[in-house]
Design a protein around this ligand. Structure first.
Ligand code: ZN
Length: 230
């Protein structure tokens, strides 16, 4: 797996607009990423309340053409079959998370677009870049827009994802967080759950306040991660 340097942001495509909404019983965040010119849009991690996601998309006047999957945990993917049936949108996922998506689809025919690290995903005339950031799961993926990061369950406001689920790996999580920490400080962070004091943050604020980003060594990170549970 190649790891494109995230500091090389000069050729990022123009970013889609972001609309964040909280769904379900586990404080999950979904985002609707949309191109203002073409009105094409992608939904990040469809789950829990597909009817609401569709209603908000209609209210925004956008057409869902893709769904971007940060990782295969149930609370992030269980809406995929319903959204495929409603929209025919393509499912954008990393190869390492595909098996869980196919389990969820359970034979529902769907267009799959595999993404690898550093690859751009077009949303109308806008786009985001996939950053494969393992650690919470085997090939969890963040999506970087010009100015913001969809961080899934890798980076939370004031926290980070657990590494003790199947496929989790504390050392890989550490390396993934180091990559995200190198993004420009003004990068706005849209996490996969509303676990923090605010719904979004910035890389700069997290560098100051997030104990998991303040760890200076993998050992310190491991000790802290093993103590925390959320
Ligand atoms: Zn998860």
């Amino acid at each position: 797996m190649t790891s494109a340097p995230v500091s090389d942001l000069a050729n990022l495509p123009p970013a889609p607009d972001v609309f964040q909404m909280e769904v379900g019983l586990l404080q999950n965040f979904c985002e609707i990423l949309s191109c203002p010119e073409t009105k094409q849009a992608a939904i990040v991690d469809p789950a829990w309340e597909v009817d609401r996601l569709l209603a908000e998309s209609r209210r925004l006047g956008v057409t869902i053409t893709k769904m971007l999957i940060t990782h295969g945990h149930n609370d992030h993917v269980e809406g995929i079959p319903a959204l495929v049936k409603a929209t025919g949108a393509a499912v954008v996922v990393s190869a390492g998370e595909l098996a869980r998506v196919q389990d969820e689809l359970a034979g529902v025919p769907a267009t799959i677009e595999l993404v690898s690290d550093g690859q751009d995903v077009a949303i109308g005339r806008r786009g985001v870049r996939a950053l494969v950031t393992p650690g919470h799961t085997v090939a969890g993926t963040c999506f970087l827009g010009d100015g913001y990061l969809i961080s899934g369950d890798v980076l939370f406001v004031g926290g980070c994802g657990r590494t003790d689920f199947p496929g989790g790996d504390t050392a890989l999580m550490w390396h993934s967080l180091q990559r995200l920490a190198a993004l420009p400080e003004e990068t706005r962070v849209y996490p996969g759950h509303d676990y923090g004091s605010t719904p979004t943050s910035t890389i700069g604020r997290e560098l100051l306040e997030n104990p998991y980003l303040r760890c200076e060594t993998l050992d310190a990170f491991r000790a802290l991660r093993d103590r925390g549970r959320k």
